[in-house]
Ligand binder design. Structure first.
Ligand SMILES: C[S@@+](CC[C@H](N)C(=O)[O-])C[C@H]1O[C@@H](n2cnc3c(N)ncnc32)[C@H](O)[C@@H]1O
Length: 188
């Protein structure tokens, strides 16, 4: 199903004979769900639903600059000043055990300078969105889109979240305020 992490999704593209009504063009339709930004007490900005979102629904694409690791590090330094990071590591959202056919994914998506509403979605250890690679124009995972899908029915006013899967850093890192019972305590 759409919300199971680990496997890529293959969408129809311009080489197919289908038209815009094709059911296998989901991410390509763009943002269709109504969302709202709001300010939290301890996590900065956040995103919530302003209409019910059924399980399996495509919510939004994670958009940003596609960067290699060296640029990533440079950006990370400036981010540490603001306390926010907007990086999504494509590789950490692929289940390598089950999907052995995928090539390497050396890139990250950095929404520090360019992005959409997805850059304001916070981390949760018990999230209601899953992160999926979506292949549209190419089967090359380096060119994959990243789609966020509802893993459960989401009610109006509920905060959206996904598991960042950031590696834990030595030192203090960033305490996690997701509030989940199984919270691992830190975002990174
Ligand atoms: C992609 S941004 C999310 C939007 C961010 N809250 C803002 O105001 O721009 C990621 C940053 O949000 C904060 N954040 C996200 N999830 C968090 C959580 N569960 N607990 C604490 N801080 C969180 C951290 O500062 C993290 O570096």
């Amino acid at each position: 199903s759409n919300w199971q992490e680990g496997y890529p999704i293959y969408e129809c593209n311009s080489l197919c004979t289908c038209d815009a009504s094709c059911k296998n063009k989901v991410l390509q339709q763009g943002l269709l769900v109504k969302l709202e930004l709001f300010r939290t007490d301890n996590k900065g900005w956040a995103v919530r639903a302003t209409e019910p979102i059924p399980q399996g629904t495509f919510v939004c694409e994670y958009v940003g600059e596609v960067v290699k690791d060296d640029e990533t590090m440079r950006n990370a330094e400036s981010e540490s000043k603001s306390g926010c990071s907007y990086l999504l590591d494509i590789a950490s959202h692929i289940d390598r055990e089950r999907v052995k056919t995928l090539g390497t994914t050396a890139y990250m998506i950095d929404a520090t300078r360019y992005g959409n509403v997805s850059r304001f979605i916070n981390h949760s250890c018990s999230p209601n969105l899953s992160v999926r690679l979506v292949l549209v124009e190419s089967k090359d995972c380096q060119l994959a889109h990243v789609g966020l899908f509802a893993t459960q029915d989401i009610v109006v006013g509920e905060e959206l979240s996904f598991d960042y899967r950031w590696k834990l850093q030595s030192g203090d890192g960033c305490p996690c305020h997701c509030g989940a019972q199984n919270c691992r305590g830190r975002v990174y």
